[in-house]
Ligand binder design. Sequence first.
Ligand SMILES: CC(C)(COP(=O)(O)OP(=O)(O)OC[C@H]1O[C@@H](n2cnc3c(N)ncnc32)[C@H](O)[C@@H]1OP(=O)(O)O)[C@@H](O)C(=O)NCCC(=O)NCCS
Length: 235
Amino acid sequence: MANSVAVNGNDGTSIGMREEACTRRMGILDRLRRFWGCSLLEKNESIADFYWFCKTQLYYRRFFRHIGTRSKLLAPLRLKNVHHISIGDNVLVNKHAFLLTVALPGRPIPRLAINDGCVIGHMNHITCVNEVSIGIKVLTADGVHISDNSHMFMDSTRAIVDQSIESKGKVSIGEGSWIGENASVLSCNIGKHCVIGANAVVITDIPDYCVAVGIPARVVRRFNQLTGSWDRVRA
Ligand SMILES: CC(C)(COP(=O)(O)OP(=O)(O)OC[C@H]1O[C@@H](n2cnc3c(N)ncnc32)[C@H](O)[C@@H]1OP(=O)(O)O)[C@@H](O)C(=O)NCCC(=O)NCCS
């Protein structure tokens, strides 16, 4: 409203406000016209989208630390201790994701952040006991696992399920990066605009503008600022 011209019309409403309402009406009409023109399948998808949007904004939002505008979580989902999870604007979390935080006794509260514009694939498992930060516009493919912790297994007399979990170090994934199908990112930092290959297991830090693949993930390409090309990196 800061930029609208607040001149009063005869009925007392400002002209700026009326113009804004008119543009909004046109936008809605345009959307309805587009919706009417699309196939039954696309109509179904749009209705489902709208349902997920409403459920996220009206229901999930009450439980999370924060959920920004236009973000959508698609159920079925498994969610635990989501009051430590912040989700930015325009984030899409696809079906069958498992988002979990655990506050460990005597440790700072966990902080899991999925920043603006992220697209989280299906069946992603994102777990945090310390700090996990997924940067702006990160894309994760299906089946990605991101974790800052591990089950302890040192006591050979007790089942591992009965032993504690412990942070193995924070996770950060830089802005604009892409994590390939079924990759695992374990207690490490991935830079900006990186590509992590399908099935990689990332256990050490990956610098900005790199392609890393394999188990453990190694850098195979790096962006060359001088030539503007992605140069191969030989082992
Ligand atoms: C990593 C990827 C993007 C290819 O990147 P690239 O820079 O074009 O890599 P190249 O094909 O030039 O291969 C470079 C090296 O990495 C190897 N490599 C590529 N992808 C690999 C992978 N996923 N796992 C293991 N090794 C891989 C290649 O064999 C090659 O090895 P070499 O140096 O011994 O010859 C692609 O292979 C990949 O994994 N994409 C993810 C696909 C995906 O998950 N899609 C989901 C859609 S959201």
